[in-house]
Design a binder for this molecule. Structure first.
Ligand SMILES: *[C@@H]1O[C@H](CO)[C@@H](O)[C@H](O)[C@H]1NC(C)=O
Ligand SMILES: *[C@@H]1O[C@H](CO)[C@@H](O)[C@H](O)[C@H]1NC(C)=O
Length: 569
C-alpha cells in the first residue's frame, strides 16, 4: 500500500513535471498579429556584423598564417566560381572607411571576428605571437571606441589555423580545447581592457555539420553520422573552458561578458494540432539550437537527441551511441557558462514526421526522423534556402525564453541576400525583410523575451563561404570587380539608419516615409555604381597606360641620345 502510494506520488510528480515542461512553450498557438507600432527599450543596441575571413582579405600579409578556409577556397571546385577570400572587401586596409559608414548610420555596436591564424600563425600560443596581427585588431578596436561604437568580438568565426587541421584533425581532436583556450586567453589579455562582449563561437552547428559531416565547408570532411557530433562535443567543451578562464582570470578586472552565437531556423509543425508534427518540430529545434544551448544552459544534451541517436546507434549494432557522453563533472562544469546568448536567425521551415530506417544512410540528418517543407507562398528573394517568414523569429525567441530560463539575448545575425547579378541598389525586399523581422523581435520583447541588441547581417557584401561572391547580404554593395572594392549604400542603409534613430517604429506615416526617402537616394547611388566600370577603366589608364608611355619615352630618348652621340663620333 505504501509502495503504491509512493508510486502514485511519483506519477503525479512526473505528470506535474511533464505538464510544466509542455506548458513552457505553447506549440499549439501561433498568433500572427498585425504590424506593431512602437519603440524598443531605451539603451537597445543596434549594429551590423562581419567576420574576418569574409571581409579582411590580406590572407598572407604581415605574417598571417593559413586558415582552413584559405586552404579550402584555394582548392578548385569547392567554391562557387572558384572564388576565394584572398582579397575580399580588403577590410584589412579599409576598416577606417568602414567605421565611418557605421558612424554615419549611428550604430551602437559592430560585430567582427578575430582571425586566429592572423594572431597565432601556427595556431599555438607557445610558438609565435604575430604582433602585426595584434596591432591590426588594436587599431580597429581603438578606432571603434573613438567613434563610440561598442565592439562585439567573435573569437572563432570558422577560420581554424590550417596547421591544427593538418597535424591534429582540427575539431575532431579534443586537444583543440586547450589550443583554443590559449588563443582566447591571449585575446582577453591583449584586448579585454577595451572589449566587453565576447562571443566564443559563431554558429558551431555549421562548423560541425558542414565542416565535418557534409563537407560543404572547410575542412570539407564527410564523416557521416559521427564527425559532426564529435566536433560539436569538443566545441562545447572549448566554450565552457574559455568561459571559466574568463570568469577566473579576467572578469573581476575587465567586467565583460562571454557568450556564444548560435544560429537556428525556426521549425513550425505542419499541422499544429498533430502531436507527431509537434514532436518532429521540437526535434528539429533540439537538434539545431538545443544541441549546443542545452548543454551550456542546462548541463547536458537534449534528451531527445540522446534517445534518437542512441536508439539508432543500437540498431546499427554499435556498442555505444554516436553521440558522445559528458561525464557528471563535465556536466556541472558546462552548465551556466553563457553570460548571454547570441542568436543568429534567417528563416523558417515546416516540419513533419518522417522515419528514416537505420542502415547505410546514417547521418545527422537521418537521425532526426523528420522532413522539412516550405510554403511556396513564402517570398524567396536571395539564397535558395532563405525564405522570408518573419513570424518564425518571434516563435524562436519565445522558445529560447522558455527553454533556457529567459537568458539575455543579443541577435548576432539577421538579414537577407540577393542574387549575384542584381546590381540594383534599391533593395525593397531587404527593407521589407528588416522591417518585418525587426517588428517580430519587438513583439517578442513585448512577450517578455530579454533581447538587448540587434545585429544586421551584414555590413558589407562579402565572401559568402561556399557561395563565393554570388550571394550578397550587405547593407552596402561592394564592387568586387574593382580593385579598390568601393562600397555603395543600398536603400536599406537609409531605412536602417532611420529605424536606429527612432529606436523602433514610431507610427505608420513615418515608417512609410522612410521607405520613400530611401528609394529616392538609392537611385543616385545606382547611377554612381553604373559609372563604376568607367572609373575602373580610368584607373587602368593611370596604372598601366601611364607607366607604359613613360617607359617608352625613356627608351626612345635613350635611342635618340645614342643616335646623337654616334653622329658626333
Ligand atoms: C574551377 O576550376 C576548375 C579547375 O581548374 C575548372 O575545371 C572549373 O571549370 C572552374 N570553375 C569555374 C566556375 O570557373
Ligand atoms: C590530437 O592532438 C594531439 C596534439 O595535441 C596529437 O598528439 C594527437 O596525435 C592528435 N590525435 C589525432 C587522432 O590526430
Amino acid at each position: 500500500m505504501l509502495k503504491w502510494c509512493i508510486l502514485r506520488l511519483y506519477q503525479v510528480l512526473a505528470l506535474a513535471l511533464c505538464v510544466s515542461a509542455t506548458d513552457d512553450f505553447d506549440w499549439t498557438k501561433n498568433e500572427r498579429t498585425s504590424f506593431y507600432y512602437g519603440t524598443f527599450p531605451t539603451g537597445f543596441s543596434w549594429g551590423a556584423g562581419s567576420s574576418a575571413y569574409q571581409t579582411e582579405g590580406a590572407w598572407n600579409i604581415d605574417g598571417k598564417g593559413m586558415s582552413i578556409w584559405d586552404e579550402f577556397a584555394h582548392k578548385k571546385g569547392k567554391i562557387h566560381s572558384n572564388d576565394t577570400g584572398d582579397s575580399s572587401c580588403e577590410g584589412y586596409y579599409k576598416f577606417k572607411d568602414d567605421i565611418s559608414l557605421m558612424k554615419d548610420m549611428k550604430m551602437n555596436h559592430y560585430r567582427f571576428s578575430i582571425s586566429w591564424p592572423r594572431i597565432l600563425p601556427s595556431g599555438l600560443k607557445s610558438e609565435h605571437i604575430n604582433e602585426k596581427g595584434i596591432k591590426y585588431y588594436n587599431d580597429l578596436i581603438n578606432m571603434l571606441l573613438e567613434n563610440k561604437i561598442t565592439p562585439i568580438v567573435t573569437l572563432y568565426h570558422w577560420d581554424l589555423p590550417q596547421v591544427l587541421q593538418e597535424k591534429y584533425g582540427g575539431w575532431q581532436n579534443v586537444s583543440m580545447v586547450n589550443y583554443f583556450n590559449d588563443f582566447a586567453n591571449l585575446c582577453f589579455e591583449r584586448f579585454g581592457n577595451r572589449v566587453k562582449y565576447w562571443i566564443t563561437f559563431n554558429n558551431p552547428w555549421s562548423v560541425a555539420v558542414e565542416g565535418y559531416e557534409t563537407g560543404a565547408h572547410a575542412p570539407g570532411l564527410k564523416l557521416k553520422g559521427t564527425g559532426a557530433y564529435k566536433a560539436a562535443h569538443h566545441i562545447i567543451k572549448a566554450h565552457a573552458k574559455v568561459w571559466h578562464t574568463y570568469d577566473m582570470q579576467w572578469r573581476s578586472k575587465q567586467k565583460g561578458l562571454v557568450g556564444i552565437s548560435l544560429t537556428a531556423d525556426w521549425g513550425e509543425p505542419v499541422d499544429i494540432t498533430n502531436q507527431r508534427d509537434i514532436e518532429a518540430a521540437e526535434r528539429y529545434i533540439q537538434f539545431y539550437l538545443g544541441w549546443f544551448a542545452t548543454p551550456l544552459f542546462n548541463g547536458d544534451y537534449p534528451q531527445v537527441m540522446k534517445d534518437y541517436i542512441g536508439r539508432k546507434s543500437g540498431q546499427q549494432g554499435l556498442g555505444a551511441s554516436r553521440l558522445p557522453v559528458f561525464s557528471p563533472q563535465e556536466k556541472s562544469y558546462m552548465k551556466g557558462t553563457c553570460d548571454f546568448l547570441g542568436l543568429g536567425h534567417f528563416t523558417t521551415r515546416y516540419i513533419t514526421l518522417k522515419n528514416y530506417p537505420s542502415g547505410i544512410g546514417d547521418s545527422y540528418f537521418a537521425d532526426r526522423d523528420l522532413a522539412e517543407l516550405v510554403d511556396p507562398e513564402w517570398p524567396d528573394p536571395g539564397s535558395e534556402w532563405l525564405y522570408s517568414v518573419p513570424w518564425g523569429f518571434r516563435r524562436l525567441l519565445n522558445f529560447v525564453k522558455t527553454q533556457y530560463g529567459n537568458p539575455m539575448i543579443y541577435v548576432t545575425e539577421n538579414g537577407v541576400s540577393e542574387k549575384m547579378l542584381c546590381t540594383d541598389l534599391c533593395d525593397n525586399w531587404r527593407m521589407k525583410y528588416f522591417k518585418d523581422y525587426i517588428n517580430e523581435m519587438l513583439k517578442a520583447i513585448k512577450d517578455g523575451v530579454n533581447v538587448k541588441g540587434y545585429t544586421a547581417w551584414s555590413l558589407l557584401d562579402n565572401f559568402e563561404w561556399d557561395e563565393g561572391y554570388s550571394e550578397r547580404f550587405g547593407l552596402y554593395y561592394v564592387d568586387f570587380r574593382n580593385k579598390n572594392k568601393p562600397r555603395y549604400p543600398k536603400a536599406s542603409v537609409q531605412f536602417y539608419k532611420r529605424l536606429i534613430s527612432s529606436n523602433g517604429f514610431p507610427n505608420q506615416r513615418e515608417v512609410e516615409s522612410w521607405k520613400r526617402k530611401a528609394v529616392e537616394t538609392c537611385s543616385s547611388s545606382n547611377q554612381l555604381l553604373a559609372a563604376d566600370p568607367l572609373i575602373g577603366h580610368m584607373e587602368m589608364v593611370t596604372e598601366i597606360v601611364v607607366p607604359t608611355v613613360c617607359t617608352l619615352c625613356i627608351l626612345l630618348s635613350a635611342v635618340f641620345l645614342m643616335f646623337l652621340l654616334r653622329r658626333r663620333l
